[in-house]
Design a protein around this ligand. Structure first.
Ligand code: BG6
Length: 497
């Protein structure tokens, strides 16, 4: 059993309290931590949003969200009752003065508590909400402000948000969340690399041929078309989650696990990413958009049909949406350790399987001792499965048993984390929310990191803007446009599937 370390009592004010993220992730995650007694009945969860709801109406919505998003085995009537009793709701106008006095009065009832302000609104409101919080005197030494992604839609807007927030909230109290960093298996990358010298000694261009990072989803845009059509896969997944994975894989050993020591090393990777001009980006970035097809045996409509449900996403006079729902790209880290080792990244919606996986492919032996009839010449590969069925697999060559000559066959050393540890992995938000309460920013992005990631992505966005025609169609249920396969095959390599 994992050890549960109780956190200090807190008030967690969620702005955007009626939104999808709060209902789907934040409330169920807080419930999970409460159920495990990581915090008690002296903490409060305060929903704040535009809607004129009473606390009891909001509690009903919260209960429905728990029932919809948690497994039945975790729904314990007594715990639910006690959890709902922690919840308050106040109607608050994020960009006007409505409701702020009532909010401050509520907070003042327990002025010594840790205060978490979770901003799950549109990012254009982050600056205004922080200014109001400072205006009512709610930011003190025990306050932390959490900023959900997306943090802006390009480098300039990300800088503007950071600037506006930074005027009133010190960096040490600003928690920019990337929920991938809260996933157990993502944190395990640090353990894999720095607790196992057998890997760390081989973790360089002398031995590694290339790295692949795939984050594939079967879902389409579902209820999020309004947001997604303005973002697209590059902003929604690559700029944040995928570059964070790349950083953890490629960074040097930090001097300690101290938050800044880890983030300094990740920042160096982002700065070492070879910049791509919009022209170069056209050669190494493939964008796709799903059309109708079938996923897991079910027929599904295409992206444009999905969008039809969202007013405001149609582009009168501009033709259909050119937002990408798939991206594959090749990145290079210009450092001594990684010179010449490509990192291939791909992510997309409506792909055949939900899987997040890292493949570290080692070089072939420099010389083959075995005759051609020994067959199978496969490189060693280390597969790190982030979700689902979290685990690791090391593919090695072995001799096929039995007489009849020496034949080689690839086999694997497999570790399933679920079987090994026999417990459920908490949702990433559970871990991250408790880190916020404790004031530990290690798994959150520092301002310079976020901006360095946007700086690398910016020319890719510009390349897209120059060639709006480029999202290539792919059928829902396929692995993306054929150009994504060509991207890696041009280099004599293939995607691991
Ligand atoms: C979110 C994206 O950040 O991550 C979504 O906005 C995506 O579009 C989600 O579906 C994927 O997260 P997970 O944890 O399901 O891999």
């Amino acid at each position: 059993m994992a050890r549960i370390l109780p956190v200090p009592s807190f008030d967690c004010v969620v702005f955007g309290a009626t939104g999808d993220l709060t209902m789907r992730k934040l409330l169920p995650s807080l419930y999970g931590r409460f159920r495990d007694r990581q915090f008690g009945t002296d903490s409060r969860i305060i929903g704040a949003a535009r809607s004129l709801l009473s606390t009891s109406e909001y509690r009903q919505r919260a209960e429905a969200a728990l029932r919809a998003h948690l497994p039945a085995a975790e729904l314990e009537p007594e715990v639910i009752g006690a959890f709902l009793a922690l919840i308050e709701y106040r109607p608050v106008g994020a960009d006007d003065s409505r409701g702020w006095e009532a909010l401050v009065a509520l907070l003042e009832e327990r002025s010594g508590q840790v205060r978490v302000f979770y901003l799950a609104t549109s990012p254009d409101l982050y600056g205004a909400v922080c200014a109001r919080l400072a205006g009512i005197g709610a930011i003190n030494a025990r306050s932390r402000v959490v900023l959900e992604k997306p943090l802006g839609h390009d480098l300039a807007s990300a800088r503007a948000i950071n600037e506006a927030v930074g005027v009133v909230v010190p960096e040490a109290q600003t928690f920019r969340i990337d929920h991938y960093l809260g996933k157990e298996t993502v944190q395990n990358l640090l353990a894999l690399r720095f607790a196992n010298p057998i890997f760390e000694r081989l973790w360089n261009a002398d031995v590694i041929d290339h790295v692949q990072i795939t984050v594939a989803e079967t879902v389409g845009v579902e209820t999020r078309g309004g947001y997604y059509d303005r973002a697209g896969a590059l902003r929604d997944m690559v700029q944040n989650h995928m570059l964070q994975l790349l950083c953890l894989l490629a960074m040097e050993s930090p001097l300690s696990l101290d938050a800044d020591a880890v983030r300094d090393e990740k920042l160096k990777v982002l700065r070492a990413l070879r910049p791509l001009s919009p022209r170069e980006a056209q050669a190494v970035v493939v964008r796709g958009q799903y059309g109708a097809g079938a996923v897991e045996g079910q027929p599904v409509p295409g992206y444009l049909e999905n969008l039809a449900a969202f007013p405001g996403t149609e582009r009168e006079g501009w033709g259909p949406s050119t937002t990408e729902t798939f991206v594959a790209l090749k990145a290079q880290v210009d450092s001594w350790r990684w010179a010449g080792v490509p990192f291939y990244l791909r992510t997309g919606k409506r792909l055949p399987r939900k899987v997040s996986e890292i493949v570290v492919q080692f070089r072939m032996p420099p010389f083959s001792l075995f005759p051609p009839e020994a067959q199978a010449r496969e490189p060693n590969r280390l597969l790190i499965r982030l979700q689902p069925e979290e685990g690791m697999r090391l593919e090695v060559m072995t001799k096929e048993p039995g007489p009849g000559g020496l034949r080689l066959r690839p086999t694997s050393l497999d570790i399933s984390f679920e079987k090994t540890f026999g417990q459920r992995f908490p949702d990433a938000y559970e871990r991250l929310l408790m880190d916020v309460v404790r004031g530990n920013p290690t798994l959150f992005m520092r301002r310079d990191e976020v901006e360095a990631a946007w700086a690398w992505v910016q020319p890719l966005l510009e390349a897209q803007a120059d060639r709006p025609e480029t999202p290539r169609p792919y059928a829902a249920g396929s692995w993306g446009p054929t150009a994504a396969i060509a991207l890696i095959e041009r280099d004599g390599r293939t995607w691991h599937e």
